[in-house]
Design a protein around this ligand. Structure first.
Ligand code: P6P
Length: 335
């Protein structure tokens, strides 16, 4: 895709959004405003993450989410902040969140958009100061622009996303997103309260030597995955696994590599959620020249059947994803 208006590093996010909107003559500005609403919530969540140890918001919240996972206090705070920003922004009619059993109807009857999000991914790392992230997908509602969004609006395939992105709260805080015309990364400058374009038109390397998976589960991995990991070790690749999807994904996106969360004994359908984790990252990686499958099927082609459904994930450099699928196919034939 041609980037008609190549904008210089240092362009503010707001100016970038505005200039990109100018490239779409029929754009009415609602998606632009929605992206700004997400950026606003991100600044607030970033501040709370950075002060977590000082304001007593580390540790468990004392409840489990629909996944049966212990909610961290910051999970709950991030969820509230993003829901509030999207509700007040007016562009979103319905929200799907990892932290909410059911969809959230914002009351924005004229809202044209649906947002699916993991407000704070990798939360088990919060208390040990390891990078964590937010993941979001944006869809246009299919139902009439009136009243609440429908379940059908919320279960669209990933290929229908109009935008997708993530925020990584790491050594620096970055917002990385795509609207289908390439992937751009913005670095947050807290002293100015602004995001600035720092990684224009990100392309992921075709090949890499990093593989990311929790090898503690290796005994219950499919044979093809075991064979692929052995192949990586034979090739002297490096195992890099932070245990925070956004951090592992971001490193592999920039340097080349593959992240794998295959079926395990504990998570027979994989651990990651299709609607608000896999789909967004799959759109981003494809826009950056990479691939994302469940081991055989393209993630973006999968049609969700439930809000919190899980799916296996193989995502990253295209040649590495192909190699994983080759091993899985070979083992399938051998069975
Ligand atoms: P495991 C965090 O809970 C998460 O959803 C991802 O961020 C991360 O990649 C994965 O789970 C880690 O799971 O089973 O290896 O601890």
């Amino acid at each position: 895709m041609d980037d008609k208006l190549a904008l210089p590093v240092g362009t503010t996010l707001d100016r970038f959004i505005m200039r990109k909107q100018e490239e779409f003559p029929f754009a009415t500005g609602e998606l632009s405003q929605l992206l700004r609403d997400i950026a606003l919530a991100t600044k607030i969540v970033n501040r709370e993450i950075n002060r977590a140890g000082l304001i007593g918001v580390t540790g468990n919240y004392g409840q489990q989410n629909v996944q049966g996972e212990e909610q961290q206090k910051l999970d709950v705070i991030a969820n509230i902040r993003f829901i509030r920003a999207l509700r007040n922004g007016g562009e979103v009619c319905t929200i799907i969140s990892e932290e909410e059993d059911e969809v959230i109807q914002t009351g924005n009857a004229k809202g044209k958009y649906i947002v699916a999000m993991d407000p704070l991914d990798g939360s088990s790392n919060i208390d040990v100061n390891v990078a964590i992230g937010t993941i979001f997908s944006i869809y246009r509602r299919m139902s009439e622009v009136e009243g609440d969004g429908t379940l059908e609006d919320c279960l669209q395939s990933g290929a229908k996303q109009v935008a997708a992105g993530y925020i990584i709260y790491g050594s620096s805080t970055m917002l990385v997103y795509t609207t289908g015309c390439g992937v751009n990364g913005f670095t947050y400058e807290p002293s100015l309260g602004e995001f600035f374009l720092s990684h224009p038109m990100i392309r992921t390397p075709k090949e890499g030597n990093l593989y990311s998976c929790n090898e503690g589960n290796i005994n219950s991995f499919p044979d093809g995955i075991k064979a692929y990991i052995h192949y990586c070790q034979e090739k002297n690749y490096s195992g890099r696994y932070i245990g925070s999807l956004v951090a592992d994904f971001h490193r592999n996106l920039l340097k080349g590599g593959v992240y794998l969360y295959p079926p395990t004994a504990k998570s027979p359908d994989g651990k990651l959620r299709l609607v608000y984790e896999c789909n967004a990252l799959a759109m981003i990686i494809e826009q950056a020249g990479g691939k994302a499958t469940d081991g055989s099927e393209r993630i973006l082609d999968k049609t969700p059947t439930s809000l919190h459904q899980r799916c296996p994930l193989v995502i990253g450099s295209p040649d590495m994803v192909d190699k994983v699928e080759e091993f899985l196919a070979k083992e399938a034939v051998a069975v």
